[in-house]
Design a protein around this ligand. Structure first.
Ligand code: DQA
Length: 146
């Protein structure tokens, strides 16, 4: 199975940014964790990060015909972006929404997710492990059956 992992704005600042909320692990730590997990599971992952909404739209569109699933942490664009919602609906791939922090327990504006209705599952508040849970979900529900 080929899975595209997409990370939105400021996630490149992990480790530096609000460590009390997002932990001390860096973005490289996250990439290494996801990369080695995928290797272990025998799946192919591509990990992408951008601070720009249009670039994230382009990346989602590029998954069409190339990937079998998407794991997306849209970061702040979760709470604002109809464009990301429409892109996910356009490619119609199974997508899992991930948040490192528990967005349901933070400010009210973080309780709103524009992308959620285009996602098959949301994992929130489980730190970096949430990405692994999302990969497992896609693999178990949409991976090739032996
Ligand atoms: C986040 C939560 C968002 O509200 C925030 O804007 C982020 C990260 C998370 O992973 O917990 O940048 O998506």
């Amino acid at each position: 199975m080929k899975i595209l992992i997409i990370n939105g704005p400021n996630l490149n600042m992990l480790g530096i940014r609000e460590p009390d909320i997002y932990g001390k692990g860096t973005y490289k730590d996250l990439c290494d964790l996801v990369g080695s997990y995928a290797l272990n599971k025998g799946i192919e992952v591509c990990i992408y990060q951008s601070n720009h909404e249009g670039d994230l739209v382009d990346k989602i569109q590029s998954a069409y015909g190339e990937f079998e699933g998407i794991v997306i942490n849209p970061a702040a664009y979760t709470h604002t972006s109809v464009a990301l919602l429409d892109a996910l609906k356009a490619v119609a791939l199974p997508a899992v929404e991930v948040h490192i922090s528990d967005v349901s327990a933070r400010e009210d504006f973080r309780k709103i997710s524009y992308v959620r209705s285009a996602c098959v599952k949301t994992v929130s508040g489980k730190g970096f492990a949430g990405y692994l849970e999302a990969i497992d979900y896609l693999l178990n529900n949409y991976g090739e059956k032996e």
